[in-house]
Design a protein around this ligand. Sequence first.
Ligand code: BGC
Length: 741
Amino acid sequence: MKILTISILSLMMTLSTQAQNIPVYLDESKPVEQRIDDALSRMTLDEKIAVIHAQSKFSSPGVKRLGFPDLWTDDGPHGVRPDVLWDEWEQAGQTNDSCVAFPALTCLAATWNPQLARLYGENLAEEALYRNKHVMLGPGVNIYRTPLGGRNFEYMGEDPWLASRMVVPYIQGLQSKGVAACVKHYALNNDEEYRHQVNVKISDRALHEIYLPAFKAAVQEGGAWSIMGAYNLYQGVHNCHNATMLNKILKKDWGFDGVVISDWGGCHNTDEAIKNGLDLEFGSWTNGLTAGASNAYDNYYLALPYKKLIQEGKYSTKELDEKVRRVLRLFYRTTMNRQKPHGFLCSESHYATALKIAQEGIVLLKNDRNLLPINLQTTKKILVVGENAIKMMTVGGGSSSLKVQKEILPLDGIKARFTDAQIDYVRGYVGDTVQSYNGVTVGRSLYETRSQAELTAEAVAKAKEADVVIFVGGLNKSDYQDCEGHDRKSYDLPYAQNEVIEAILKVNPRLVYVNISGNGATLPWIKKVPAVVQAWFIGSEAGEAIASVLAGDVNPSGKLPFTWYASLNQCGAHATGSYPGTWREDYKIIDEEYKEGIYVGYRYTDSKKLKPLFAFGHGLSYTTFKVGKATANKQVMTTDGQISFTVPVTNTGNRAGSETIQLYIAAKQSKVDRPVKELKAFQKVYLQPGETRNVTLTIGSEALSYYDETRHDWCAEPGKYEALIGTASDLLPTKHTFQLK
Ligand code: BGC
């Protein structure tokens, strides 16, 4: 017994000596903040400077001497981008980097299903882990301010509440697997054209009520580990080193403890970068070599120029230590996190998620005479028209461009589903000729020598014979057609699409228009086309998802995350002449004042009593729903309390389906100008035919608040409010009045 006790004691002493030998920064039993302090105290000036700027296109160094691995970032946000060369945008030509393309974030937002956002994040993280990426450059939550916005497809629509509810679970899902989100582009990055030069002037109220809430939710509720500064300027200073945006709002007011990463090439000034809150610089001189030095990275604003200023005594290491602290925190959350799972690429589960999100996000905009779903018994001949039926949409559009293992094209999906019908295809118009993007070829030749007249004639001749015509059109991620770096030049559909549709309608009115895009467009023939489906850029499973909705295997339940304007003058940014701003005399800066203020999307059309083509929150189903009368659990609420509204929802049709119940708040009296209504809660319910469920939506007083510019804070005024409840922003059949005391 004595011998046993002695050996246990000596074993414990050995273990404790070993534990004592582990430096604190490597000791996983110690609190992270203590480990950060320890690591920081061991780092040299050179090591500190090294970790706050890039060493290649997408990576920054760890601290080799101390055992911190390099940090790898990658785009984002719809799949894991293929590897590029060390210093170049060109592809590295790897064979292990073909990924699953998940639907673009507009489609995710259109599901109005936060659970799917969580799944999206988790699945994307698994793909990233397999590829050894630690930071995914996304999600993007810039607000859909104008339908010309080139990158709207990468974002979550026009409404701050919807975007907030969808971005939080995406981030939580991603980070639950040890992969950092890098929420972008913070903030006001609503112009792609001249994006480095646009200086946004905006009221504090519009900033806080419209453009910041999704970022704030990403930080405070999602717990985002990093955020990407935007290219544009705010109050005359670039957002990647803007003290108000970064030091004041993000870090001080919201308590962000993560890393501010510059957008690639978004950093312009060493002093501002040091003082104004940037932590990690990427992409300056974007080919990484143009500074003419053997190692351009040493010449980054936060590299040797910063070190020199410290050595000369202009700066102490106070700011540097703060940046390094944040970067180390990111290391512990990602590269140093030994608990993170192993990833896997292109798994069946990832394809299943991509398909599910695509199917739930597709929006049935119009369906007269129940043309959809296509009757499988009576439909013998289907004509598919349109270039977008055969064009890969995962390739192109800018940094979100992917190299996919598979992408089912709409035509192939339709052929695979409608096996009993004869499927014919004509292109109808000549649009995109891009054969490859960022080293990924689209596979199918879109080369065409025939004239437009010949193409139209061919479409018309074949349409005459068809039982139904499916026109797959829209935008296509070419320059100016939903693409980074350029906004659209026109709100109309490009190429000869409208002309071909009109010509087909003359011979066959049984036309289903499937629109591929991340934006609305004028649809001049809308009254004559019975069925319209918004099918977004939906990734790897596009064709299967579209076909499953057209065939009725899936009952559509997507809802528009933006107002589909009939014309541009229904949009506040255009109607007020604010967009795209005015060049200063020196042609260096464009001043763009957001004169529409808080009146973005439905807030503008409501205030001007305009009828858009399709309202925010609109989306049909193959079944019908009835929303009953709303009741509330109280008549008077207090500022620190909550109020709940309950409505019975019944599936009155004969198919199972989902409906999204939306609650909007209208302030009935206020010191300030208030929108007619604002979305403040929603819930999606799945109902069998004949089934009724009570849906309860709860809000707190923050849902009644506006941003008070004099107090620089949110304010919930006592008084009368109305809760409007229904299934779209223009279909709110039941309301309930209540008081805030
Ligand atoms: C884009 C970012 C992207 C980065 C890296 C920039 O041009 O604006 O969204 O993450 O490039 O590819």
